[in-house]
Write a protein that binds this ligand. Structure first.
Ligand SMILES: [Cu+2]
Length: 236
């Protein structure tokens, strides 16, 4: 027993469960994805509870009791009620999962309307760095992404070499950056702060180093940064 407990505690500590970024979203896309995650966890929990309850109950109820050693159990084959129920119940579970998943997927993919003018950022992945071009301001930033808080962002993703995958876990969304093709990812950051960004596609030897900081700022600080970058580009 002691050994089992030690194993469980060690596994929990080593798995580093203290900070799972996707469970702490700070953006619209991340929040919607968390809702889907929780819904599937809830359904899984229900299935798990039912299966384990029946398992334990049958173990106890139908175990061999003293004096029954030579008895042969009654043999049955087929049970319409049970057969129908284990076809219908999973079907209902799939429907309950599918409807919100489809709805959210299409909702997140919907282009912004004109009254919510998004900030467009052209993201290019290459072995092994990210560059962010802001066409509205004519500036490029490398391995550091700055976003204004509460403004819809539209990322245009592409790659210069192999397939990369653009991902900021706390803001949500993850989309491939492909050579020769442009993918769009939309999200909105709801809180200022610094969030980790990474490449989520094994893209070569230094894939693990392909990270970037996402700094979400208020409007004033963001404008200041833009001005600094513009001055830098002029000097450089
Ligand atoms: Cu990569």
């Amino acid at each position: 027993m002691k050994r089992v407990l030690t194993f469980i505690v060690t596994a929990c500590i080593l798995s580093g469960c203290s900070s799972i970024a996707v469970l702490n979203p700070k953006g619209t896309a991340g929040e919607k994805q968390l809702d889907l995650l929780l819904l599937s966890l809830l359904l899984m929990g229900i299935v798990l509870a039912v299966v384990f309850t029946l398992f334990v109950r049958f173990l106890i109820k139908y175990r061999e009791k003293p004096g029954e050693e030579n008895e042969f159990p009654i043999q049955t084959a087929g049970n319409k009620k049970l057969e129908i129920s284990w076809i219908v119940v999973p079907f209902i579970i799939i429907i309950v999962l599918a409807i919100p998943t489809f709805a959210t997927t299409y909702e997140l993919d919907e282009p912004y309307t004109n009254d919510k003018k998004p900030l467009i950022i052209e993201v290019t992945g290459e072995q092994f760095q990210w560059s962010f071009y802001y066409p509205e301001y004519g500036i490029t930033s490398t391995d550091e992404l700055r976003l204004p808080v509460n403004r819809p962002i539209s990322f245009k993703l592409t790659s210069n070499d192999v397939i990369h995958s653009f991902w900021i876990p706390q803001l949500g969304g993850k989309r491939d950056a492909l050579p020769g093709k442009e993918n769009t990812l939309r999200l909105k950051a709801l809180e200022t702060g610094t969030y980790d960004g990474k490449c989520a596609e094994l893209c070569g030897a230094e894939h693990a180093l392909m990270t970037f900081d996402t700094i979400v700022e208020n409007k004033t600080n963001f404008s200041k940064w833009i001005e600094n970058m513009k001055d830098g580009e002029k000097d450089g």
